[in-house]
Design a binder for this molecule. Structure first.
Ligand SMILES: Nc1nc2c(ncn2[C@@H]2O[C@H](COP(=O)(O)OP(=O)(O)OP(=O)(O)O)[C@@H](O)[C@H]2O)c(=O)[nH]1
Ligand SMILES: [Zn+2]
Length: 357
């Protein structure tokens, strides 16, 4: 059985639940096997961290195939079993079951896994002109489906005159219980406000539209209080982010921050039924609609339409439309692939016939 130092791996975000399946993974029995976390994924290879060392590695082809069969792939945040061979190469042989995962549906309908094993998603939105409760509502539904705990982070509190009113508006509109805070993303106080979710071994992601302050917040979180004083920091704040260009990196307080292209603004990989479960008030009311397949549009006897605020219902319909569009292109793509298979078979047969004749 594979040996590991839990304290060291925990500092990289390992949770006991990830280890539950270890006994069932044959690769873990290999004498050279060790546990590591995927910190970056590139086209050809990836980077792993084992709590002490950063190593370039590649997944074994059979692992790639197994995952591919389920439209899956290794992502940043995964816990894996890796082995170093006599040539000094590191190969990933197995993937530990994920606690959760954020995946998105690309425009062509393909599923694109993005990041895994996340404790908290910081949903970032500006209190300035970017303020958009509907978008936040969708993000909340998405994180709920992915089983990732959300925290709403409203940036640019220093720029908003009516910040308090907007906070009240959100509190009235959104399901209760979601932590919500307003910050100036540039200030040390933002780091202090987020401290409860940034303890050692916690893994967080930042989700939000462009320009909402994710990079600014990242730089603030990366700065230790001593560094964060004076003009020095203001000058190199951008540079600091780029020099730590790992997609999973550790914050001074010991949390892991995943920042991966494509994760920042994201359309989830979920079907209509799953998305409905993200709007649990609508789901509960739908049981009382006259028609089982009620879309909550014009149908008579709809229990949802009267009870749910119009704006929230419109938002729900938008999410459903997007989901349907995604699955449509998915079907089209499958049809396309099937057609290509037939064509290439025909082409091969034609080639054989020609060579034969
Ligand atoms: N005054 C003020 N400005 C902020 C705050 N947060 C971000 N900004 C500014 O808003 C602009 C955009 O912030 P970024 O951090 O680059 O936004 P982003 O979310 O990383 O944007 P993308 O990289 O496009 O995804 C920058 O000029 C920041 O300085 C804030 O809390 N207060
Ligand atoms: Zn209905």
């Amino acid at each position: 059985m594979l040996e590991y130092d839990f304290a060291v791996l925990h500092s990289l975000g390992l949770q006991p639940a990830s280890l539950a399946a270890l006994a069932d993974i044959p690769e873990a029995d290999h004498p050279d096997a060790r546990l590591a976390r995927v910190t970056e994924v590139q086209r050809e290879g990836l980077f792993l961290h084992d709590g002490r060392l950063d190593t370039a590695a590649r997944p074994l082809p059979r692992l790639v195939q197994t995952l591919l069969a389920e439209a899956d792939a290794l992502v940043v945040g995964d816990w894996v079993i890796a082995e170093r061979n006599a040539l000094g190469e590191t190969w990933v042989s197995a993937l530990l079951p994920r606690i959760n995962q954020l995946a998105r549906r690309a425009n062509d309908g393909r599923r694109q896994p993005l990041a895994s094993n996340i404790d908290t998603a910081l949903l970032v939105m500006g209190l300035d002109h970017d303020f958009n409760p509907r978008r936040l509502e969708r993000y909340l539904a998405f994180t709920r489906i992915a089983a990732v705990a959300p925290v709403i982070v409203l940036t640019k509190s220093d720029l908003a005159d009516d910040g308090a009113a907007r906070l009240d508006e959100l509190a009235a509109r959104l399901p209760g219980g979601t932590p919500m805070l307003a910050v100036d993303a540039r200030a040390d106080s933002a780091r202090e406000a987020l401290a409860p979710w940034l303890g050692a071994g916690q893994t967080v992601v930042l989700l939000g539209a462009s320009g909402t302050g994710k990079s600014t917040l990242t730089n603030t979180l990366l700065a230790t209080p001593a560094q964060a004083t004076g003009a020095v920091r203001a000058g190199d704040s951008r540079g600091r982010h780029t020099t730590v260009a790992r997609h999973l990196f550790r914050l001074p307080g010991g949390a892991c921050l995943i920042d991966t292209p494509g994760l920042r603004t994201w359309r989830p990989d979920a079907d209509e039924a799953e998305l409905t479960s993200g709007f649990d008030d609508i789901q509960a009311l739908a049981a009382h609609c006259r028609y089982r397949d009620c879309q909550h549009l014009e149908e008579p006897g709809c229990a949802v339409r009267d009870a749910v605020p119009a704006d929230r219902l419109r938002n729900y319909h938008k999410v459903m439309r997007d989901a349907r569009q995604g699955s449509l292109t998915m079907r089209e793509r499958k049809a396309q692939t099937a057609k290509w298979k037939v064509i290439s078979k025909a082409a091969k047969a034609y080639g054989r016939a020609k060579r034969g004749g």
